[in-house]
Write a protein that binds this ligand. Structure first.
Ligand code: GUN
Length: 292
């Protein structure tokens, strides 16, 4: 069993990005600039946005944070997005999700200009991804592809089972793994809450990508010997064995699954660190105007 070290790979990619940014700056080019909007005070969102801003600085990007109280109206938020759309200094814009219930995430995503949608959530960019056209790939699926590539995991012709059909992870992941043009070239099965006999399906899988948000869902009896296991879940649970009193668990029951796996991502330190790296890669593409 080989542990897929997302922390190590994310540091490698960050160094590559930092080197490129240095070259761009030396040549008098534009410093990539990412803007992040956050509405309200959701703890997880605060943590994610802080990590994104920190990563920007680590690679030499500029960043801007826009913070709004959760009583901001939908129209006010859309107006703020339009301002950033018009600001030529800002290359990429993300609006951290989830948003308060009175604001339509669809409207928000559709208001971000596709050229600046470095999350890859705009229907234009989703469409380009499905059509195998160059675009901003959503961060988590793109980070997973990068991990598989850098560990030389063979995917062509393999059976890949994706569990979870969210717009952010499961659905785009299933598309990327099935495409020939990208990397996957797999036979993909997408499982979700209505799937029957899920264990029978996962036992056939060469690669299992678990992104359904249920703590330790994938157990040892659900995987075959030698499978590649990618765990997208992250759950904070109380623990009397750690100093902080908390520990993180994934969607995979690690102790049972790891001994059977050929490769597996740990939680934390697997997929998580890669998602931010993908966002940086997209922002760099945006600033170089390589997609639009
Ligand atoms: N919330 C959880 N993941 C993401 C992400 O990748 N982008 C944004 N904008 N919000 C999120």
């Amino acid at each position: 069993m080989e542990l897929i070290d997302g922390k190590k790979i994310s540091n490698e990619v960050k160094q590559e990005i930092a080197a490129e940014v240095e070259q761009i700056k030396k040549a008098g080019g534009k410093t990539p600039h990412l803007a992040a909007m956050i509405v309200g005070h959701d703890g997880a969102s605060e943590t994610y946005v802080a990590a994104k801003v920190k990563a920007c600085h680590a690679v030499g990007f500029e960043s801007s944070e826009f913070r709004f109280e959760d009583d901001i109206t939908e129209e006010q938020l859309l107006a703020e997005i339009r301002k950033v759309n018009e600001n030529d200094d800002i290359d990429g814009l993300i609006v951290q999700l989830p948003l308060p219930k009175h604001i339509s995430e669809t409207k928000v995503i559709e208001t971000i200009r596709p050229e600046k949608d470095v999350d890859g959530f705009h229907p234009m960019n989703v469409g380009k991804m499905v059509a195998s056209l160059p675009t901003y790939l959503p961060a988590t699926p793109a980070g997973i592809v990068e991990l598989l590539k850098r560990y030389n995991v063979e995917t062509s012709g393999k059976n890949c089972v994706v569990i979870g059909r969210s717009n952010i992870v499961g659905t785009p992941m299933s598309v990327l793994m099935s495409r020939k043009a990208a990397y996957g070239d797999c036979t993909v099965t997408l499982c979700h809450s209505r799937t029957k006999n899920i264990a029978e399906i996962t036992r056939q899988a060469d690669i299992v990508i678990v992104a359904l948000g249920m703590k330790e869902f994938l157990t040892g009896d659900m995987v075959k010997e030698g499978a590649v296991i990618i765990d997208v879940g992250i759950h904070r649970v109380k623990s009397d064995k750690t100093k902080s009193g908390w520990k993180l668990l994934g969607d995979v029951k690690f102790d049972e699954v790891a001994p059977k796996a050929s490769f597996i991502t740990p939680v934390p330190g697997g997929v998580g660190p890669m998602t931010i790296v993908s966002l940086l890669q997209n922002t760099l593409l945006a600033s170089k105007k390589e997609i639009y």
